[in-house]
Design a protein around this ligand. Structure first.
Ligand SMILES: Nc1ncnc2c1ncn2[C@@H]1O[C@H](COP(=O)(O)OP(=O)(O)OP(=O)(O)O)[C@@H](O)[C@H]1O
Ligand SMILES: N[C@@H](CCO)C(=O)O
Length: 316
C-alpha cells in the first residue's frame, strides 16, 4: 500500500477550502504506485459529484513541481489526454498538505493495462508523437536527471552490490552509450516514464497519460524506446523467456511515424535508444533493490526484467 502520508478528514476539508470544488464527500487511499501518496477524492459541487486524485509528493520539492504540473495542464489544453491539475484559489496548482507539496488533479476514467493489445500499442505510438509535437510550444526547460551522467554516478554507487556479469555488462554498455552522439537528435519535452501503468484506457480509448514527474527535455527517440521496452515486451512466462512482440513494436512505431516522421539519424540511432532506455531502468531498479529508501518502496520492481531486455537489445 503506497500511502506514505496519512490524511484525516479534517486535513482534507481544510485543504479543499482553497479550491472551487465544493464539499468533501469521501476519500480513499490508492494502493498502486510506489513514489507518491495518492488518494481518490470525491466532492459535491452544485449537486454534482466531482472526482479528483490528490497527490502528496514524497520526494519532489516545492520548487521543482510547477514544471510538471504546468506540463500536465499544457498537454491537457493541447488535446493530449492528461489529468489537468486544479487551480487553487490562492496561487497556482501546488499547495502544502501535512508539510509536503500536494496537488489535486482531475480523475480520469478507465484503468491501467497489464497486457496491452496491438491497438493500444498503436494508440500510444500516435499519442506519444502528438505529445512530442505539442511540447515544442512549451517554454520551460528541465534537463533529464536520469540521463547518462546519472547512470554513471548511480552505477558507481551500486557497483559494490552487483555480481561480476552485471558489472561487466553495465560497464560495457556505459562505454558504448558514451560514444553515441545523442545531442544531435531531435529533442523536446518527453514523458520519460511512459510504462503501461502510466496510461489509463477505457477499452481501446486512451483516457489519459499520468505520472509526468520525470518529464524533461531529452531526445524524442529515447522516450519512444522507453515505451516500446515496456508496452511491447512479453514476460508472462518468467524473466528467462522475455521477448518482444514484433507486431506490437511495428504497430507502435508505425503509428508514431505516421504522426511524426523519424529522421534518418533517429532511424539509425534506434537500436542504441532501446539499449539506453533498458539501461536506465535496469539501473534505477537495481538502486531501489540494493539501496531502498527507508520505510518506502513497498513494491520493488524486478531489475532482472531490464537486465534481460538490455541483453536482448545488445545481442540484436
Ligand atoms: N489522474 C488520475 N486519474 C485516475 N486515476 C489516477 C490518476 N492519477 C493516478 N491514478 C491512479 O493512481 C495510481 C497511482 O498513481 P501513480 O502511478 O501516479 O503513482 P505514483 O506513486 O505517483 O508513481 P509511480 O508510478 O512512479 O509509482 C495509478 O495507477 C492510477 O490507478
Ligand atoms: N516505471 C518505473 C518505475 C517508476 O519510475 C519502473 O518500472 O521501473
Amino acid at each position: 500500500m503506497s500511502v506514505y502520508t496519512v490524511v484525516e478528514q479534517s486535513d482534507l476539508v481544510e485543504f479543499l477550502q482553497d479550491y472551487s470544488v465544493g464539499e468533501l464527500d469521501s476519500f480513499e487511499g490508492i494502493s498502486a504506485g510506489i513514489e507518491n501518496t495518492n488518494y481518490f477524492v470525491n466532492t459535491t459541487l452544485n449537486g454534482q459529484t466531482q472526482q479528483f486524485v490528490l497527490t502528496i509528493f514524497e520526494h519532489h520539492s516545492f520548487e521543482e513541481l510547477p514544471y510538471f504540473l504546468n506540463i500536465m495542464a499544457f498537454m491537457a489544453e493541447h488535446h493530449i489526454p492528461t489529468a489537468h491539475p486544479i487551480k487553487t484559489l490562492s496561487n497556482g496548482y501546488l499547495k502544502e498538505l501535512k508539510g509536503k507539496p500536494a496537488a489535486l488533479v482531475e480523475r480520469l476514467k478507465g484503468g491501467g493495462v497489464d497486457h496491452p493489445n496491438d491497438t493500444q500499442c498503436s494508440v500510444m505510438g500516435k499519442y506519444l508523437a502528438k505529445f512530442h509535437e505539442a511540447g515544442t510550444d512549451f517554454s520551460d526547460f528541465r534537463p533529464n536527471d536520469r540521463g547518462l551522467d546519472w547512470m554513471k554516478s548511480t552505477y558507481s554507487i551500486i557497483k559494490q552490490y552487483l555480481p561480476q556479469d552485471e558489472q561487466a555488462m553495465i560497464e560495457d554498455e556505459l562505454a558504448f552509450q558514451s560514444e553515441v552522439d545523442w545531442a544531435h537528435l531531435p529533442c523536446g519535452v518527453i514523458h520519460a516514464d511512459l510504462f503501461c501503468d502510466n496510461a489509463l484506457f477505457s477499452g481501446n480509448d486512451l483516457s489519459g497519460i499520468i505520472d509526468l514527474y520525470y518529464a524533461c527535455n531529452a531526445p524524442f527517440l529515447y522516450d519512444l524506446a522507453v515505451m516500446v521496452n515496456d508496452w511491447c515486451r512479453i514476460n508472462e512466462s518468467g524473466v528467462d523467456n522475455i521477448h518482444f512482440d514484433d507486431a506490437k513494436v511495428e504497430q507502435m512505431l508505425q503509428a508514431y511515424r505516421q504522426q511524426r516522421a523519424l529522421t534518418v539519424d533517429e532511424e539509425k540511432a534506434w537500436p542504441a535508444a532501446l539499449r539506453l532506455a533498458a539501461l536506465r531502468f535496469f539501473l534505477s531498479r537495481l538502486k531501489d533493490k540494493h539501496m531502498p529508501r527507508e520505510g518506502e518502496m513497498t513494491q520493488i520492481k524486478d531489475p532482472n526484467v531490464f537486465k534481460k531486455v538490455l541483453s536482448i537489445h545488445r545481442q540484436a
